[in-house]
Design a protein around this ligand. Structure first.
Ligand code: GLY
Length: 381
């Protein structure tokens, strides 16, 4: 696979920004659903774990165009995130980072918006309430302490940057201490010897010891869900940036090697890495997330290794640009086709949703990876 060129990066960002403009009238006072339906996103209320990604696209479009209209739209969206956290609407789970980093930390970074900062700090406090001392982890879902919900999930690595940011903002180490404890628990349990990952991991509420790995959205308990593997790659790269802990770097290398070893020819994974050929749906969002992880790590290591990661990311991006991006707005109001949110299998427990559709985080991370390649981006994460 060839690398995306700089002029293709700019063209892809131009197209993405145009699609953002087209969507603004519908998605300024309403949120974008987690996934499209026949390639068109419906609106939704601000009550899903995914609502932060569309405002993140608006912020990235602003970075590309410098058009203040986009900042104005991002500020309107951020108000709804402030209202959500103040009124505690669907925030009893760990996804505060996915929600508030691309929607509010972003806007605060871009224009110092104080209401966005306030919302993001409140979200960080909310995330702290998910911490379980016994086992030292952030509980993903459900009532705190219930045995059947006493688990964390690999995705949570992407919620931790909100905590590191909150420590930087407030000067209080409680946020980063908890992020580091969660990372240590995750590194100790969630990775198999071959670098693949468990989606979810149960801990013992009495002893705090590790119990077992299971999947929710992957194919089988012993397979690796493609997006979970990508969350691990990007999450570890960011953890390494904040902590400089070499165990994050070492596990990043193993997780990346595993990811690369399970890709089909066009580098866009099937929804679970147990599949390497055939007709199963792809999850294009995993390729975008992994590309962001590779680009993050390329900035943190030296010389040849950095070049290998940068080149890998450019190859993912070329494939997405060439064969997966939306080329005609009459076909879709998203940016990237062929994502998979949750596919049911005989062995998993998920509700089927958004199979072979655009997914809002897939669009966001595609734009983020392109923005990184354009150069000069200051991370929201
Ligand atoms: N964090 C849930 C997902 O990636 O589907």
């Amino acid at each position: 696979m060839q690398e995306i060129t700089q002029s293709q990066v700019i063209q892809a960002l131009d197209e993405a920004a145009k699609q953002v403009y087209r969507n603004l009238p519908v998605f300024t006072y309403a949120c974008q659903n987690h996934s499209s339906v026949h390639n068109f996103y419906p609106t939704c209320d601000n009550n899903q774990w995914t609502c932060g990604f569309w405002p993140g696209e608006v912020c990235l479009a602003f970075e590309h165009t410098q058009d203040p209209v986009l900042l104005h739209a991002a500020a309107i969206l951020a108000e709804s995130f402030l209202k959500r956290i103040q009124n505690k609407i669907e925030v009893d789970h760990h996804d505060m980072g996915f929600l508030y980093t691309p929607s509010c930390v972003s806007l605060y970074r871009l224009d110092g918006n104080q209401r966005a900062r306030k919302a993001a700090l409140m979200a960080a406090d909310q995330l702290l309430t998910r911490f379980q001392e016994k086992g030292a982890f952030l509980q993903a879902w459900g009532t705190m302490g219930e045995k059947e919900n006493y688990r964390y999930i690999i995705d949570c690595l992407m919620n931790l940057p909100l905590l590191y940011w909150a420590s930087q903002q407030t000067g209080q180490s409680v946020y980063s201490d908890i992020a580091k404890q969660h990372t240590r628990t995750c590194l100790a349990n969630s990775f198999r010897e071959d670098g693949s990952t468990f989606h979810t991991f149960y801990m013992d509420p009495e002893t705090g010891g590790p119990v077992r790995g299971e999947t929710c959205q992957g194919y089988r308990f012993d397979s690796s869900w493609a997006r979970g593997q990508a969350w691990a790659i990007y999450g570890l790269a960011i953890s390494y940036r904040y902590t400089k802990d070499t165990s994050c770097l070492l596990q990043f290398e193993k997780a990346s090697d595993y990811f690369l070893s399970r890709l089909p020819e066009d580098l866009v994974p099937y929804w679970d890495m147990i599949f390497t050929e055939g007709d199963e749906p792809r999850d294009s969002s995993s390729a975008s997330i992994a590309a962001c992880g590779f680009l993050e790590m390329a900035d943190l290591v030296d010389g040849e290794q950095a070049e290998i990661y940068r080149s890998g990311a450019k190859r993912f991006l070329y494939s997405l640009y060439e064969s997966y991006r939306v080329k005609n707005p009459e076909y879709s109001n998203g940016l990237v086709l062929h994502g998979t949110y949750s596919k049911q299998s005989p062995y998993n427990t998920c509700t089927p949703e958004g199979v072979d559709e655009c997914v809002s985080w897939g669009d966001y991370f595609y734009m983020e990876a392109l923005t990184r390649l354009k150069g000069g981006w200051v991370s929201y994460w």
